[in-house]
Design a protein around this ligand. Structure first.
Ligand code: GAP
Length: 480
């Protein structure tokens, strides 16, 4: 287990707000719990992550295509998918405060405390016991654990608990006008079902042959009971999912293939492999015959960022039954009709965003040549996904320097996201760009007028060198 670093986590949350990455939703009305808005640099970073995933899945794989399905789906979808009956979490209420908790969150919180006290083995045993009880739906034993460990409600401070009960996580609303017969529909809790119901549409129109995949990025909604974890667990979030349709019996090899492929993508972004691990599911979702989480060492502990699920033919078969429409594929290599099996890769875009922030956020201190102390907060976001790639900074607001800088900006902005800034001292501007994660800054000074060179300053090392303006775009691109 990694140690819990709440201070670092709180610093990241404050930084994300102060520098325009993430804001609490409807903040002027005191916010809406577990709902967040992305600011100017947050939305850029999120877009870059989204693009990286989309390009990796669709452009880099001949046999994967994308779709963009609606959030609203026919209500029977969720009956067929099993979400109406099974998409629930065991919860417990404190009788004094009336506050509701997820049982696993309460017990995990206690385990985190044990880790802080150096009792890692006890914490691991507790988590394994909890996972086994959740897998067997043994709610009485789960309640007993909470009572035996004397886990208290943070609001009332008491251990006066109700029995453990299941609560469905789907949001519902009404579709249709008052005049029409209104129907209850759900906001989708996962994007996957939009792919399953379109399986034949896509297979036929895009002329796909098994094995093939359908990728999708979109919003999902869950009425989560949340323990203040910022954008780790939200009620409205974005998923990037891919369903890979395969011949029955080949699921084990494709499951291993996608485990490796997805881990490669994380590392291609520059994330160190030592911060990742696989965690096999003990309790399988109602649709899966195997499932694994890709976990990351967040400052709040090892947590899931992505899931790889072997979903069997559960979803297509079930939609076939409920809709009465055949969802089969004729495999002319073996001359057989079958309902394909599916391997799913599913990652939360917001959670990946948080992972990048946690990896990138660093507080640095050093002693300067004159003996004085200096420090900075820097986001070492990998250059290819950084919100701003290049800051263009004239040393002075006069003497023709802004004009040259504007000209450079006019050329570079077509190639990547640039930022022009002439306010404040150059040192302050560098610090601000460090805090936004801008990997390259160039300064236009008097020498530029003589020899058409600029100073480039590298975010990570803070080193500087002079380079010609001619060829600047190619130079930056090669560094990314
Ligand atoms: N279609 C399968 C599925 O939805 P999941 O494990 O429930 O599986 C997949 O979710 C991913 O979606 C998770 O690994 C996580 O990154 C993200 N995710 C799930 N619930 C989330 C929430 N409440 N807030 C933010 N991200 C969430």
């Amino acid at each position: 287990m990694v140690s819990n670093d709440q201070n670092k986590f709180q610093a990241i949350i404050s930084h994300a707000k102060e520098y325009g990455f993430v804001f609490q939703s409807s903040e002027i009305y005191d916010g809406l719990s577990a709902v967040y808005d992305y600011g100017p640099w947050g939305s850029e970073l999120k877009k870059n992550l989204r693009e990286s995933w989309w390009n990796e899945m669709t452009r880099m794989h001949d046999n994967i295509v994308g779709i963009d399905a609606a959030i609203f789906m026919h209500p029977t979808t969720w009956k067929a998918s099993g979400h109406v009956d099974n998409f629930s979490d065991p919860m417990i209420d404190n009788k004094d405060s009336k506050k509701r908790y997820r049982v696993d969150h309460l017990i995990e919180g206690f385990a985190d405390q044990l880790v802080k006290e150096g009792k890692e083995k006890e914490a691991e045993e507790l988590i394994s016991k909890m996972e086994a009880l959740l897998a067997s739906n043994d709610f009485a034993e789960l309640k007993k654990i909470i009572e035996t460990l004397n886990i208290k409600c943070i609001v009332s401070g008491t251990c006066n608990w109700t029995d453990v009960r299941q609560f469905n996580l789907m949001f519902s609303t009404q579709i249709g006008s008052v005049a029409e017969e209104a129907n209850e529909i759900y906001l989708r809790p996962e994007t996957a079902q939009g792919i399953f119901v379109n399986f034949l549409n896509v297979q036929k129109t895009a002329r796909m042959k098994i094995p093939f995949g359908i990728a999708q990025i979109g919003k999902a909604f869950r009425n989560e009971i949340v323990a203040r974890q910022f954008i780790f667990r939200m009620r409205e979030f974005e998923q990037m999912e891919m369903q890979f349709f395969i011949r029955p019996g080949t699921q084990k090899e494709w499951y291993e293939y996608w485990k490796a492929e997805r881990m490669k993508w994380h590392q291609s972004l520059g994330m160190p492999s030592s911060d990742y691990r696989f965690h096999d599911h003990v309790k399988l979702a109602h649709y899966a015959d195997a499932a694994v989480d890709i976990e990351y060492a967040f400052p709040i502990g090892w947590k899931e960022v992505e899931g790889i699920h072997s979903r069997t033919d559960f979803d297509l078969k079930s939609h076939q039954e409920y809709s009465g429409k055949k969802l089969q594929y004729f495999d002319n290599e073996i001359n057989q009709n079958y309902v394909p099996y599916v391997i799913e890769t599913s990652i939360g875009l917001d959670r990946m965003f948080l992972l990048i922030l946690c990896h990138a956020y660093q507080e640095e201190k050093w002693t300067k040549e004159d003996g004085s102390e200096d420090s900075r907060v820097v986001l070492k976001i990998p250059a290819k996904i950084a919100p701003i790639k290049l800051a263009i900074l004239p040393l002075l607001k006069k003497e023709g320097l802004p004009e040259i800088a504007r000209e450079i900006m006019a050329t570079c902005r077509h190639e990547f996201n640039c930022f022009y800034e002439e306010k404040d001292t150059i040192g302050k501007r560098y610090r601000r760009m460090d805090a936004l994660g801008t990997p390259f800054c160039i300064t236009v000074d008097h020498q530029t007028k003589d020899d058409q060179t600029v100073t480039i300053r590298y975010r990570d090392t803070m080193t500087q060198e002079r380079i010609p303006i001619k060829g600047l775009v190619e130079f930056i691109k090669s560094k990314m």
